[in-house]
Design a protein around this ligand. Structure first.
Ligand SMILES: NC(=O)c1ccc[n+]([C@@H]2O[C@H](COP(=O)([O-])OP(=O)(O)OC[C@H]3O[C@@H](n4cnc5c(N)ncnc54)[C@H](O)[C@@H]3O)[C@@H](O)[C@H]2O)c1
Length: 263
């Protein structure tokens, strides 16, 4: 596929880009013409995605990051600006999920979930915004939330809470960065056919007495579209949010979930 011009010249960081959804986003942004920093804790995975992008004719550079480290995201932003010369958008996508009932949950598991899913997004937004404000040409801060931010699920109180908090961060950051021409949004994938959902199906489904595959099939059938969601469903929205065409959209949490959640 030849890159088109929609995001030509823009430099975008994608965290968690070695994972299922992050990889799909990074590939798509690059095919839309962005120069993509492929960032992940798993540097081999990031290198592999960057190689795939270059093999497809795109521009990508791999970098390691631990979004839970105080200086992780700022060091990453410095390295990306050093490599590409500028920054236009941050896609804070890294996230983790475990399954555990509240009654059994060690506080360390709660803290670890927030450290990656919420604090990690805050640190990525802060590091990117410090550069974008200095650069003074606007920009985009985008996070991967989840429909888990809007609905409850058993054994996922820590995950749901960590994703809900992203919506609060996005709404407040939109006010702080709007005067700089920087928009702040998040998107909410639904039940995407990925290793993360395999874990939910196995562990949550198992606790609910369901056979392997049963829970995933059930949630997929509960949507108006009745289709299975795949990682490739997510990136077109992200490309649009990065593009100049999304300039009037800020402070939003946009569902991309087959219509499972309608608010
Ligand atoms: N899979 C789904 O159905 C689904 C639905 C809604 C939202 N989400 C969200 O989408 C995002 C991506 O999910 P996915 O399914 O691709 O998961 P995944 O596990 O395939 O990918 C997550 C990536 O994040 C990286 N990561 C974990 N901790 C990190 C850290 N401290 N620093 C840097 N990178 C780290 C992992 O190495 C991994 O490559 C997550 O935020 C997830 O919560 C997923």
């Amino acid at each position: 596929m030849e890159p088109n011009q929609m995001l030509s010249g823009k430099v975008v960081i994608v965290t968690g880009a070695a994972g299922a959804i992050g990889k799909a986003i990074a590939m798509h942004l690059a095919m839309d013409g962005a120069r993509v920093a492929v960032a992940d804790l798993r540097v081999d995975g990031a290198e592999s995605v960057a190689n795939d992008i270059r093999a497809a004719g795109g521009d990508a550079w791999a970098t390691s990051v631990d979004v839970t480290r105080d200086d992780g995201p700022s060091t990453m932003v410095d390295a990306v600006v050093g490599h590409f010369g500028r920054l236009d958008a941050m896609i804070a996508n890294a996230g983790i999920l475990t399954i555990n009932p509240i009654l059994d949950m060690p506080v360390a598991e709660w803290d670890r979930t927030f450290s990656v899913n919420t604090r990690g997004v805050f640190l990525c937004f802060q590091a990117a915004a410090r550069h974008l404000v200095k650069q003074d040409q606007g920009g985009r801060l985008i996070a991967t939330a989840s429909i888990a931010a809007k609905i409850g699920s058993p054994y996922q109180a820590h995950y749901q809470s960590s994703k809900s908090a992203i919506l609060g961060l996005v709404r407040s950051a939109a006010w702080e960065f709007g005067p700089h021409g920087i928009t702040v949004n998040c998107f909410c994938p639904g039940n995407v056919d990925t290793p993360m959902w395999e874990l939910i199906d196995r562990e949550r489904g198992g606790r609910m007495g369901k056979a392997p595959g049963e829970l995933f099939k059930e949630v997929a059938s509960r949507s108006p579209l009745g289709r299975t969601q795949v990682p490739g469903d997510i990136p077109p929205l992200v490309s649009f949010l990065v593009s100049d065409g999304s300039r009037a959209i800020t402070g939003q949490s946009i569902n991309v979930d087959n219509g499972v959640v309608m608010f």
